[in-house]
Design a protein around this ligand. Structure first.
Ligand SMILES: Nc1ncnc2c1ncn2[C@@H]1O[C@H](COP(=O)(O)OP(=O)(O)OP(=O)(O)O)[C@@H](O)[C@H]1O
Ligand SMILES: [Mg+2]
Length: 454
């Protein structure tokens, strides 16, 4: 908001507005601290091994918060003004500042303790629980000081012009305390925490592998051996071997007509296999219908999105849950999708046909997520989209991986797909001609020439 606009809206004092923002951010942090306490109890009382992904996300949030908001307090206009106008607050602000530095170190220690706790369970439990408890107590004390001392003092000392100046500083987008962009980052991290938090603790209970363990990760999820598939007389896939391990993103690149979509459809059961073996979690898929494969967790987002254009966004999402029962759970999943794709919430009553291409892609992905996939098959999600939207789609794919999902990604946009991938395969006229880590393929001469245009 510009100063002009501020003048036109005199109903609320600037000071109140600024303080409200601080208090709201503190409340958000406070709830996260509550959650940390509950997770600690869960671990100690119920002897449950902690959810590493959730805790790591919480640590990321707190670290981000303290990095962006507190690591350079001199940049915060409020502190600066307060130091100038009320030098006696200096020592307190110094002390709080030191607290941020120590907090930062403690956070790194906690990350290490969590790692130990995961690897040596239940041995590392006590040390981690202890560290967690002390950390949350210190954070609480800190917030109380800011709210109980710093803000009241600022109320006394600063006049409305000062607060106005703080608002102006806030309007410089990246002001570390009030900048819209910074608050947006916090919101995103909080959303992620909420979606990962189990329902019984007040979250959305996003299904994710509760622990990205060394032994689960890397375990073979899909194994394809000697696969042959044809349309009538024309053989399209010749003797294809592909493995996808749990937790991986595997990218498949190849030219037009190479057989990429055919391969995905063979995995999801929409196209039949003439020969070869498809195992999912060790189970032979040959006699399992496409529908049944969805219930087992194999879910495809088809090429060209194919959303139901005459239905609303909401109804499209609901359709994604057709293999499931349990209304409350489905509704909470829809909420989870909305928090991942806020645009879908905004457009929930629009017809899917009214959405832009990028929005339709998000809807198609959202619909697939509604069936709680374990292996997500994405067929050219970036096709025909503007570069900025492509970035966003890739960001979401990265996020899904972080949540523990296994992803098989077909892309013509080879450089981005390989950069994102743990491993990749190159398909040429129905044959796998190359495989390796994403990095290896990216630097491979042949790949660079044929698919990266270098
Ligand atoms: N329904 C079909 N009937 C007959 N031939 C088909 C059919 N669908 C695809 N094909 C042929 O099979 C081959 C592989 O097609 P596929 O769609 O799997 O390739 P792709 O790698 O996904 O290509 P693109 O990059 O264009 O999406 C192509 O030669 C294509 O013409
Ligand atoms: Mg295709």
């Amino acid at each position: 908001m510009t100063q002009e606009q501020n003048k036109r809206a005199p109903t609320q004092l600037q000071s109140e507005r600024v303080i409200n923002i601080i208090v709201r951010e503190h409340q958000g942090l406070w709830r996260v601290i509550d959650l940390m306490d509950m997770l600690e109890q869960d671990m100690n009382i119920n002897a449950k091994q902690p959810d590493e992904l959730l805790l790591t996300t919480i640590f990321d949030y707190i670290e981000h918060f303290s990095d962006r908001v507190h690591s350079q307090p001199t940049e915060i206009f409020l502190y600066k003004l307060l130091r100038e106008k009320s030098p006696e607050t200096g020592p307190l602000l110094d002390k709080l500042e030191r607290g941020y530095v120590i907090g930062h170190e403690k956070l790194q220690e906690l990350r290490q303790l969590l790692k130990n706790c995961m690897v040596q369970w239940p041995d590392g439990r006590e040390a981690f629980g202890h560290g967690l408890g002390r950390f949350s107590a210190a954070l609480r004390k800190h917030i109380k000081k800011e709210e109980g001392v710093v803000i009241p003092r600022a109320r006394e000392i600063l006049n409305e012009d000062d607060w106005g100046a703080i608002v102006v500083a806030r309007d410089q987008q990246d002001d570390p305390l009030f900048g819209e962009r910074v608050r947006e980052e916090f919101r995103e991290l909080r959303h992620k925490i909420i979606s990962l938090t189990p329902e019984r603790l007040g979250g959305l209970g996003l299904a994710h592998s509760p622990r990205v363990t060394a032994h689960r990760e890397g375990q073979e999820m899909l194994s394809i051996k000697g696969l042959v598939s044809s349309y009538g007389q024309i053989e399209v896939l010749h003797d294809v071997d592909i493995t996808i391990n749990a937790g991986e993103i595997v990218s498949l690149v190849g030219a037009n007509g190479a057989g990429k979509s055919t391969l995905l459809m063979t995995i999801s059961g929409l196209q039949s296999a003439d020969k070869g073996q498809l195992l999912f979690d060790g189970e032979d898929l040959s006699t399992i219908s496409a529908d049944k494969r969805v219930t087992k967790g194999i879910v495809q987002v088809p090429e060209g999105r194919q959303v139901f254009k005459d239905m609303t966004v909401y109804d499209n999402l609901l359709l994604g849950a057709y293999t499931r029962s349990g209304d409350a759970e489905i509704q909470s999943d829809i909420e989870r999708i909305y928090s991942k794709f806020p645009i879908l919430r905004q457009k929930r009553y629009n017809l899917a046909g009214e959405l832009s291409g990028g929005q339709q892609q998000m809807l198609a992905m959202g619909r697939a997520l509604m069936s709680r996939p374990r292996l997500l098959l994405l067929d050219e999600p970036s096709m025909g989209l503007a570069p900025l939207i492509i970035e966003e789609i890739f960001e979401i794919i990265r996020e899904l991986k972080d949540e523990g999902m296994t992803i098989f990604l077909v892309e013509q946009n080879a450089s981005q797909a390989l950069a994102l991938a743990d491993r990749g395969y190159v398909l040429e006229t129905g044959n796998v001609v190359l495989t390796g880590t994403g990095k290896e393929l990216l630097s491979n001469e042949k790949v660079r020439e044929a698919y990266l245009g270098m």
